[in-house]
Write a protein that binds this ligand. Structure first.
Ligand code: SF4
Length: 64
């Protein structure tokens, strides 16, 4: 389940995926048309997580 991946994520800030926190991508992937690389740190997306996890919106560090 997606939300369980957010629960222990260092980017999580209560109900949000925080734009001011960052963590390493877990894989190489494409995020919003931009290539992202495993091990490089990226900021959160600012989304409200309970809405995000029910949409097809991707995790900014590649967890889903
Ligand atoms: S969407 Fe990804 S980066 Fe954001 S809190 Fe969830 S697992 Fe972490």
């Amino acid at each position: 389940m997606k939300l369980s991946k957010c629960n222990d994520c260092p980017i999580r800030n209560d109900i949000n995926c925080s734009r001011t926190k960052d963590s390493e991508a877990v894989k190489d992937f494409i995020y919003k048309g931009e290539k992202r690389f495993k091990g490089i740190k990226y900021n959160g997306c600012g989304c409200i997580l309970k809405i995000k996890v029910r949409s097809n919106s991707s995790c900014p560090i590649g967890k889903f």
